[in-house]
Design a protein around this ligand. Structure first.
Ligand code: NAG
Length: 436
């Protein structure tokens, strides 16, 4: 009926509609690498308009993750997330990438799931909504004023992925475009096992030939974590070093958690490995023994009666690992002083998974005692266990993939996100420098 109303009424309605539709949100770049910054800008809002910016993403299993933050448009009706402070929501203050690193399981989803891709090919699709008014996490948001889509990618066109079956060695090798040769890096994660590719793929976008190396729970590798044989990692290192696209002067190893122990053992015992990045690791072998030829380093044991469980069912393992400084456990220690290569220790001072900050100090103490200065330490107050590349969604309590229970990783979101951003830059710098 309103169509037949007078010309003036129709025109003002149309004008109103135009003004309403004028708000836009842009993400720049709309398609970018997951560890590189992106800018979110809103334009065309009424001056001073309060809005909630909300990001929404779906993981490979179809679970929803979201994040939100509150902003007030300036006199020109604009919000620049890179320049303005969030006034509430999942974070406050100026956090240009907060809407990415604070993505966490949506209200209806199982909590404590980690938003971390297993494979490198799929991009993370993120929808960005601008809602009228302030609404908190889990609340019903206001009317949508604008929306946009962004893709966060883990690979670049031209990067080649090669599935590996070299003797017993399994994994995925990521090669940058071009002839190379490129600095080679072996990349390992922790006791969840399996093949985790995203960090290797990102390393390839930074010019490394990176091998994502699983060591159990993948293809014909052992199903569960048993004793380790360093020969497996030696074969992987030799394969990488022999590869025609890899620089022949020595490779690097990057590891998180259990993977840090392995990286540390590799630079200690294997001449092929000249630089190790040990993220949130231990100074001793833990849980399962490490064998290398005639040598055995037994694993430091976990005492499960020292695991505490909070009221909401979160497991705290902080006190569970036996004391590596106890003389009875000295034979578990990785003799890092034997290494000719270089160490970069990365730890969060609020790691509650285990005492990685103390363990880094123990390793550094051993190096110093032997007059060595082949190490750097990056330690971050407020950061927890899983220190991933820049802008990775922060997950301070994560479901253990094996036990299926939530385990406290520790830390505080903002400090943890800042640690991720700072350490990733330093890790790339360290690897480029020592593998040049
Ligand atoms: C495990 O921890 C408990 C509690 O601290 C202690 O009583 C027990 O002796 C420990 N067990 C071993 C094998 O060390």
């Amino acid at each position: 009926m309103w169509r037949s109303a007078g010309f003036c009424a129709g025109a003002s309605l149309a004008r109103l509609a135009v003004r309403r539709a004028a708000a836009t949100v842009t993400v720049t770049p709309a398609e970018g690498l997951a560890d590189r910054p992106a800018e979110i800008q809103v334009r065309g809002l009424p001056p001073g308009q309060e809005v909630t910016l909300r990001t929404l993403a779906t993981d490979e299993q179809g679970s929803l993750f979201d994040a939100c933050a509150h902003y007030r448009a300036d006199a020109g009706g604009a919000v620049d997330v890179g320049a303005e402070a969030s006034l509430g929501g999942d974070f406050v203050g100026r956090e240009p990438m907060g809407l990415f690193w604070s993505l966490s399981p949506a209200a209806m989803e199982q909590p404590h799931r980690r938003l971390e891709p297993r494979s490198a090919e799929a991009a993370l699709e993120v929808e960005v909504f601008v809602h009228r008014g302030f609404s908190g996490p889990g609340e019903i948001p206001g009317q949508v004023l604008a929306k946009a889509r962004a893709e966060r990618r883990f690979t670049l066109p031209g990067i080649r992925k090669v599935r590996l079956k070299e003797g017993p060695v399994r994994g995925s090798l990521f090669l940058p475009a071009g002839n190379g040769p490129f600095p080679g890096v072996i990349d390992m994660f922790g006791d969840e096992g399996g093949l985790i590719e995203f960090r290797s793929s990102l390393l390839a976008t930074h010019g490394f030939a990176a091998l994502a190396l699983p060591y159990f729970n993948f293809e014909d590798l052992p199903q569960v974590m048993g004793d380790f044989h360093l020969e497996y990692f030696e074969q992987a290192a030799r394969f990488l070093l022999r590869h025609p696209k890899v620089k022949g002067s020595g490779i690097g190893a990057v590891g998180t958690g259990k993977g840090a122990e392995l990286a540390s053992s590799m630079v200690t015992f294997l001449p092929e490995v000249v630089a190790a990045v040990c993220i949130s690791g231990c100074s001793s072998i833990t849980a399962s023994a490490l064998h290398y030829g005639e040598m055995t380093l037994p694993g430091l044991r976990f005492n499960m009666s020292r695991v505490s469980i909070s009221e909401n069912g979160v497991f705290d393992l902080y006190e569970a690992l036996e004391d590596p400084m106890d003389p009875a456990n000295s034979h578990c220690r990785i003799p890092v002083e034997k290494a000719d290569g270089h160490f970069l220790f990365v730890v969060g001072e609020d790691d509650r998974y285990w005492k990685s900050s103390l363990y880094a100090d123990i390793a550094i103490g051993c190096l110093r005692k032997h007059g060595k200065d082949n190490f750097r330490l990056l330690h971050y107050s407020g950061a927890g266990h899983r220190i991933n590349p820049s802008f990775s969604p922060v997950c301070l309590i994560a479901l253990d993939r094996i036990l299926g229970v939530p385990i406290l990783g520790g830390g505080e979101s903002k400090a943890h996100a800042h640690a991720q951003e700072h350490s990733w830059g330093k890790i790339l710098e360290f690897l480029h420098f020592h593998l040049r």
